[in-house]
Write a protein that binds this ligand. Structure first.
Ligand code: SF4
Length: 434
């Protein structure tokens, strides 16, 4: 079948170059405002510049592109010679981060060809970016079957539209030996298929280097998570989102490692000076579901208006495992296990206990006063967990706000409405009992 959607260099370069400028401008604006809470975010945005530049250079030099879904981290894909890994959902994250309605034209584009509105904007947005021909070329796409059917639907349509091979890795339901073995086999099959499709062979020595950098970055991420247990919490509530986002696009690179080192050093410096994002913390919050991507500033607002720091978030909660780089066998097996344990892949599959147990561990571990759950409207799996979440918070006597929003599209529930709901929650259910 001839592809309906092709690589369109003109549109791709226009969008990516504009986007690179927007990311640069955002970092410069933050630097000139000089809010100390932005220091690490600026560092992360500079890493985003490197990532975007790499994508632009790879297209210019005619490299082959391997798109990977966001729940397969890229450290494994950097060692296929001459191949550029690209997280398929890159624009879905970044577009609404720099401009609240940045992703909405693409969501609409997918809906206009009939994609139902209850498909996650991560996937409708991705399909829209494909339809509008603003993505880089794809020579092969790899995707797990997590986190949900939304992703599967979008990837199947993309496969047809672009006539590109999509290799699926079937993520197991359970967290057990049988599950790990199954996923390990699927990762091996995926590597073999990519080698065959692209006509390359994995360079395992190079792979070991990327795995070492990915491990070190993850160790630093864990250490930063520990620092967030301090009172005052050294870093602001918005940082974990940016921090984890860059693992999804750049895990295994030296520039992500550099960002992780910088964040931890800054945290230690602030802690030694007894400084925090909010000096006189009144409330410690847990946000356990995705942040509203178009309004990460909600955390600054919480800190300024209520002295409420989001001590931990779903994205910031370190749950991923490590990879033994000794042999290809250990790498593949541990990569499979790691991908079953990264944020979302771990909590959004299997029984609801997977989500609730992690949420409870975060409530206890970061000693929070209250919990906010962004009830992402199209997330059927997430919506199904609300009863369990309510029960767990009630048992622990933790006030809970379950607030419906679309985390990448501010049209169904506006930024103002969300802030009103959060304000009412804090004023009526948290502050009076402090
Ligand atoms: S937020 Fe929910 S609907 Fe969206 S990708 Fe994750 S699991 Fe799927």
């Amino acid at each position: 079948m001839a592809p309906t959607v092709r690589f369109n260099p003109e549109k791709f370069f226009r969008v990516f170059e504009d986007h690179l400028t927007a990311v640069r401008n955002m970092a410069e604006a933050m630097e000139s405002i000089g809010d100390p809470r932005d220091v690490c975010v600026v560092k992360a945005m500079k890493a985003a510049e490197i990532y975007l530049q790499d994508i632009l250079k790879a297209v210019e030099s005619g490299k082959k592109f391997l798109w990977h879904e966001f729940l397969l981290l890229p450290e494994l894909f950097m060692s296929f010679p001459g191949v550029q890994p690209y997280m398929s959902e890159t624009l879905c994250g970044f577009l609404c981060l720099v401009e609240p309605e940045g992703l909405t034209p693409y969501i609409d584009s997918a809906r206009n060809i009939g994609l139902p509105p209850d498909i996650c904007p991560t996937d409708s947005g991705l399909l829209g970016c494909v339809l509008e021909e603003i993505q880089p070329p794809a020579h092969v796409i790899v995707s797990p079957t997590t986190p949900c059917d939304s992703a599967l639907s979008a990837y199947q349509i993309i496969q047809k539209l672009m006539d590109v091979p999509v290799v699926y890795c079937d993520t197991p339901y359970w967290h057990d030996e049988r599950g790990i073995e199954l996923y390990e086999r699927h990762i091996w099959k995926m590597i073999r298929q990519v080698e065959e499709i692209l006509g390359v062979s994995m360079d395992w020595d190079k792979c070991r280097e990327h795995i070492r950098m990915a491990n070190e970055s993850m160790e630093l991420f864990y250490a930063e998570g520990e620092m967030r247990k301090l009172k005052p919490c050294p870093h602001p509530g918005k940082l974990p989102f940016y921090h984890f986002l860059f693992f999804e696009v750049a895990s295994g690179t030296d520039y992500l490692l550099d960002v992780c080192k910088f964040i931890l050093e800054d945290s230690r410096k602030l802690a030694a000076e007894k400084k925090g994002a909010v000096q006189d913390e009144r409330i410690r919050l847990l946000l356990y579901n995705p942040d509203p991507v178009y309004d990460t500033g909600i955390h600054d607002w919480l800190e300024d208006e209520y002295k409420a720091v989001t001590a931990m978030t779903l994205f910031g909660h370190p749950t991923a495992t490590f990879i033994d780089p000794s042999t290809p066998e250990t790498i593949v097996r541990d990569y499979a296990w790691k991908m079953m344990n990264i944020c979302m892949a771990r909590q959004y599959r299997g029984p609801h206990e997977f989500f609730v147990d992690d949420m409870v561990a975060a409530i206890d571990g970061w000693d929070v006063d209250a919990v906010i759950v962004t009830a992402h409207i199209p997330c059927k799996h997430g919506q199904g967990a609300h009863g369990f979440i309510r029960e767990a918070c009630r048992e622990r006597d933790k006030p809970l706000l379950v607030h419906e929003i679309d985390v990448q599209d501010p049209r169904p529930v506006s930024i103002d409405k969300t802030r009103e709901a959060v304000a009412e929650f804090l004023e009526t259910q948290v502050l009076p009992y402090k």
